[in-house]
Design a protein around this ligand. Structure first.
Ligand code: IVH
Length: 700
């Protein structure tokens, strides 16, 4: 193929594929099969590889991601990104409309739109090509997230038609519920923290360094506002500009109404307040905008928001329901979590039957009684929360909810650590949910990855008395496994009440698969073995840090609390937990047995190598006192990850890392300069250190 032919074919394929993208993602009317699409995309990728001089950043191949953003550059917005004034009542909306009616002559028309619950984005186009995507930031300066935004299918990379030479589209990046649920399911499986709502998930995703992962998470974009010099000369109304943008390739919502009267506006609001749960993404209100640009200009702006627009925010939905009973759930580390069983009730599109009661303090705070009428909310969060009790409805003689004193499973007296609200069952080696929980954690995908030993099988091995701790797994033989069969009862994960039965049997192949997987697990690297042991507060990343710093299990077993806290990222809480785990003879015995079976208990050369320079180029000002680091420790950690410490805050500072007791002057200065103030936990997240949260085990 000659250069000319290649250029032509690349242009042809790019054009065609972008049109198919538009048909599929924006019009929802695909005209070719996924297979045909993939074939064309592959051909394009092949040609671009062979003729890299013709690879354009607007190419459809760029949508799958691949680019890494080491550092998000902060850039100034050409036009500031304002916010909207909010209203929560009909009266406020009526006042807004009347105020405008008084100051404006001529007929009034409002463009009523959905208020997307995501993050605002500014998309800049030059000659029809997306050149830059910037987050809102502080409204004046935001982060350049172009590489990540290019992967979003509903963001056009190349426009069609009579678009202006330079202009900006403002819109919202959202994570549809489907993507959100998929992401959280995967995170739950990997024992990673869940995102509380799609907005947080979208924000976290947009700031990922790896754009391939951004592409996988499938974000979406809706545009709702155009900005350019001389916009009014081109269009008379906001609505007209949106319709033009739709023709050029932008994703503009189909749910926009032009309303002339207050009644029509309320009709739109009421309709969406009810129907919003049928949308595939979250909205948190309705936006009203004066449609005419001339009228918008006459109304003007305040320092923060346009006077010609207002957001009506929907109320977080809440319902009253009956607290029927309370279960006390036992976690892997013995933590007791009270869970409320509620009379099933519809809330924000789902049926709610349970809510966490967190701990004993929470029960006391509301003075909960059985049969109480409680108020439950679901405000964009996934876990319903109890926010109040209706005392007027309390039945006479209702019994207060009492926290159990003994373990609901094994009957052992519960204990409480000083300063903590949680109660624990200390019978770690004799309490079945703790034992099974530890074994299930051990075989998990991120730990020893013994997939062929799924849930039901662990239960059977436990019930048969074959496996009582993780070392017993490696004593299993074909003779012990083959032929085992039992109908086991599956318990509800919250109430531990029997809910179903399942027949589990070990045929020849199953037995062999298990033994093979166990054998294979002997080469799982040390840091994962350490994580698999299930030491409290030793999550995946802490295990890695410990393994890298102390190299093998013997050094970890013999390390004092002081020695451990000298390691950056290891605080006293973790160190004490590790110490107490290895002070228990039973755990030492398990480790010795696992060692004898040939599991990895020392780090390999490669894993011991340096940390990723994820903070390269970033400057930090450290202020205050930290929980898991000393002042010098946190500074060393910044440097170990490639960052730089500076003494005082200036406009060049990237982050102020704030501990407890941060000086108020520093805070004021940082806020004035718009420099992000981050917490210790946010810093940990930046360098990928996860500290295992107090276990609740609750997933709804
Ligand atoms: S218009 C000058 N329209 O709400 C005002 N904003 O609270 C430009 N939002 O930062 C914004 N849906 O992120 C507009 N249909 C919509 C919107 C919308 C969601 C967000 C946007 C803005 C925030 C203001």
């Amino acid at each position: 193929m000659t250069q000319d032919q290649a250029r032509q074919r690349i242009a042809e394929l790019s054009e065609e594929l972008e049109q198919h993208n538009y048909n599929y993602y924006i019009l929802a009317k695909p005209t070719i099969s996924d297979y045909e699409f993939d074939m064309k995309l592959e051909e394009l990728a092949r040609l671009e590889k062979e003729f890299p001089e013709f690879l354009s950043p607007a190419s459809p191949t760029q949508r799958v991601g691949g680019g890494i953003t080491k550092e998000f550059k902060t850039v100034e917005h050409r036009y500031p990104m304002l916010s909207l004034s909010n209203s929560y009542s009909r009266e406020e909306i009526e006042e807004f409309i009347n105020r405008i009616k008084k100051s404006i002559e001529g007929e009034l028309e409002f463009c009523c739109e959905l208020k997307f619950d995501g993050l605002s984005i500014s998309l800049q186009y030059e000659n029809g090509l997306l050149v830059r995507a910037v987050t809102r930031g502080d409204g004046t300066r935001g982060d350049d997230v172009t590489t990540n935004v290019r992967t979003i299918r509903t963001v056009p990379l190349k426009l069609h038609g009579d678009f202006p030479e330079f202009f900006e589209m403002r819109g919202e990046i959202v994570m549809p519920f489907e993507s959100f649920n998929r992401l959280n399911e995967a995170r739950a499986e990997a024992e990673e923290d869940l995102f509380a709502n799609p907005r947080n998930a979208a924000a976290g995703t947009l700031k990922l360094q790896d754009s391939k992962e951004v592409a996988r998470r499938k974000l979406d974009n809706y545009c709702y506002y155009m900005m350019m010099d001389g916009l009014e000369n081109r269009y008379q109304t906001h609505y007209e500009s949106l319709m033009a943008a739709r023709k050029w390739g932008f994703n503009i919502s189909n749910f926009i109404a032009l309303c002339k009267s207050t009644e029509e506006i309320f009709e739109f609001i009421d309709y969406w307040d009810e129907k919003r749960h049928e949308l595939p993404f979250a909205i948190d209100g309705i936006v009203l905008k004066v449609n005419s640009y001339a009228q918008q200009r006459a109304l003007g702006y305040t320092a923060k928001s346009p006077k010609w627009a207002i957001a009506y925010k929907f109320k977080a939905e809440e319902v009253e329901t009956e607290l029927q009973s309370v279960d006390f759930q036992v976690g892997r580390h013995g933590t007791i979590t009270p869970v409320a069983n509620l009379a099933p009730v519809q809330l924000a599109g789902t049926t709610v039957k349970r809510a966490t009661l967190n701990n004993e303090d929470f029960i006391h705070q509301f003075d909960l009684h059985y049969g109480d009428t409680v108020t439950v909310v679901k405000g964009g969060e996934i876990i319903p929360k109890i926010i109040g009790v209706n005392l007027d409805k309390r039945q006479e003689g209702a019994k207060p909810v009492e926290f159990v004193k003994t373990c609901p499973i094994c009957g052992t007296q519960l204990v409480q650590n000083e300063g903590e609200a949680a109660w624990y069952c200390p019978n770690s080696s004799g309490c079945s949910p703790q034992i099974r929980g530890r074994i299930e954690h051990f075989i998990g995908r991120k730990a020893m990855n013994i997939e062929s030993l799924g849930e039901g099988k662990v239960e059977l091995l436990y019930q048969e008395g074959l496996v009582r701790n993780v070392a017993d797994l490696y004593d299993l033989t074909f003779e012990k496994l083959y032929g085992l069969e039992k109908v086991i009862t599956i318990e509800d994960e919250f109430s531990l009440m029997p809910v179903a039965t399942r027949k589990v049997s070990f045929k020849e192949k199953t037995a062999q698969n298990i033994l093979d997987a166990l054998e294979k697990s002997k080469s799982v690297p040390f840091e994962r073995v350490l994580f698999a042991l299930g030491i409290k507060f030793v999550g995946e990343s802490v295990a890695k840090v410990l393994a890298k710093a102390l190299h093998d299990i013997d050094h970890i077993i013999s390390a004092s609390v002081e020695e451990m806290t000298e390691i950056n990222e290891i605080g006293e809480k973790i160190a004490l937990s590790v110490r107490s785990f290895f002070d228990d003879e039973r755990n030492i015995e398990i480790v010795n047995r696992l060692k004898a079976k040939g599991l990895q208990f020392a780090i390999t050369e490669q894993a011991a190598s340096d940390k990723e320079q994820v903070l390269a180029g970033k400057t930090f000002v450290v202020s205050g006192v930290f929980v898991n680091y000393s002042r010098d420790g946190i500074k060393e950690t910044i440097e170990a990850y490639g960052g730089k410490n500076v003494g005082s805050i200036s406009s060049k500072t990237d982050y102020v890392l704030a501990g407890e007791k941060m000086g108020p002057e520093k805070r004021k200065k940082a806020e004035f300069l718009g420099i992000p103030i981050i917490t210790e936990a946010e810093f940990d997240a930046m360098i990928g250190v996860k500290r295992e949260a107090e276990e609740t085990g609750l997933l709804f």
